[in-house]
Ligand binder design. Structure first.
Ligand SMILES: [Mn+2]
Length: 298
C-alpha cells in the first residue's frame, strides 16, 4: 500500500512520478481500481445552491494544464471535481497525468470522479502513445493488463442535481441506455455485456454534436460513430428530464463552445493541444445553482 503522504507528494511534485518503480505504480492502480469497482456506471451527485462543481475535459498528457487546473481547485475548493476522461495519449507527460488523477481519487474518493473517455481503451493507447510510454518505462507487456482492467471499472456518466448530464462524447442512438445503466452491474462488464449496451457506451465516448442536423448521421471519425443533431438531443434530454449536457472530446480554438440553444457545453482542458500554430486555451465547466458556465484556464 502506498500511503497518503506519498500520494500527496506525487501530486505536488509530479516529476517524482517518473522515479516510481512498477510495484508502486501498480499499487496506485490497484487502489484506484478498488474504488472504481464500487461505483455505478451512472453516478448521481447532488450539490447545494452555493456549492460549485468543476467539470474537466480532455487532458491528454498535458501536465502544465493539469497543474493549472489543480491550482484552481485548491483555490476555489469546489464540492466535486468531475474528469470527463481522455487523461492519457498524445501529450508529453501521460503517466504523470494518470498517476496524479488516480492519486486524487484515492485520497478524496467522494470529491473526485473520473469518467471513461474513448482513450481509456487498449486500441487507442496502442495507436496514440500511452502503450509505448508504459512499455518504455516498465518493459513488460503483461503489465498493461492492469491498466485495461482499471479502464473497465470506470463509470460512464454522471447526472448532477437530476438535471445536468456529464459524459465524454455525447448521446447514443440507444435512448434506453441511462435506464439500463441503473440496472446493470459494472462487474458484468468484464464478462457478458449485451451488445446494444456495449455499442451505446462506445457511442457515448465517441459521438459529436452537430448544429443544423436533426437526427443522427455518420461521423468522419470512424465506423459506428455518429453525429447527433438538435432534435434527437432534445428528445433524449426530455426523456430523462435533463436541462444541460456537459461533454468534452473536441478541441475548439476559442476554448469551449455552446451547442443547441445553450443546452450543451463542449469543453477541452489541454492547452495548445495541436501545437503552437493552432493555439487553444484550456477550458472547464462550472456547475452552480443548477446553471452551467464555460470558463477558460488562464
Ligand atoms: Mn476523446
Amino acid at each position: 500500500m502506498i500511503n497518503d503522504s506519498i500520494l500527496k507528494s506525487l501530486i505536488n511534485k509530479p516529476k517524482k512520478i517518473s522515479n516510481l518503480d512498477f510495484s508502486e505504480v501498480s499499487d496506485i492502480i490497484t487502489q484506484a481500481q478498488e474504488i472504481f469497482e464500487e461505483e455505478k456506471l451512472l453516478i448521481e451527485l447532488n450539490a447545494d445552491k452555493d456549492e460549485e462543481i468543476f467539470v474537466i475535459g480532455d487532458i491528454h498528457g498535458n501536465l502544465e494544464s493539469l497543474i493549472k487546473i489543480y491550482d484552481l481547485i485548491k483555490k476555489k475548493d469546489p464540492k466535486y471535481v468531475i474528469f470527463l476522461g481522455d487523461i492519457v495519449d498524445r501529450g508529453q507527460f501521460q503517466l504523470e497525468c494518470l498517476i496524479i488523477v488516480l492519486s486524487l481519487k484515492i485520497l478524496y474518493p467522494n470529491k473526485y470522479f473520473i469518467l471513461k473517455g474513448n482513450h481509456e481503451t487498449l486500441e487507442m493507447n496502442k495507436y496514440y502513445g500511452f502503450y509505448d510510454v508504459y512499455m518504455m518505462e516498465f518493459n513488460q507487456y503483461s503489465q498493461f493488463d492492469e491498466i485495461i482492467s482499471l479502464y473497465n471499472k470506470l463509470p460512464i456518466c454522471i447526472v448532477v442535481n437530476d438535471s445536468i448530464l456529464c459524459l465524454h462524447g455525447g448521446i447514443p442512438e440507444n435512448f434506453e441506455i441511462l435506464n439500463e445503466f441503473k440496472t446493470l452491474d459494472k462487474k458484468q462488464l468484464d464478462e457478458t455485456i449485451p451488445e446494444s449496451v456495449e455499442y451505446a457506451i462506445f457511442q457515448i465516448m465517441w459521438n459529436d454534436p452537430k448544429e443544423g442536423l436533426t437526427g443522427f448521421m455518420d461521423n468522419f471519425r470512424g465506423p459506428g460513430i455518429k453525429y447527433y443533431g438538435y432534435e434527437v438531443f432534445n428528445e433524449f434530454m426530455e426523456k430523462y428530464n435533463l436541462k444541460y449536457c456537459i461533454r468534452a472530446h473536441e478541441v475548439f480554438p476559442e476554448g469551449y463552445r455552446w451547442f443547441f440553444d445553450h443546452k450543451l457545453l463542449s469543453i477541452f482542458s489541454s492547452e495548445n493541444y495541436r501545437g503552437d500554430y493552432y493555439p487553444n486555451p484550456a477550458s472547464y465547466a462550472v456547475i452552480k445553482n443548477k446553471t452551467v458556465s464555460g470558463e477558460l484556464i488562464g
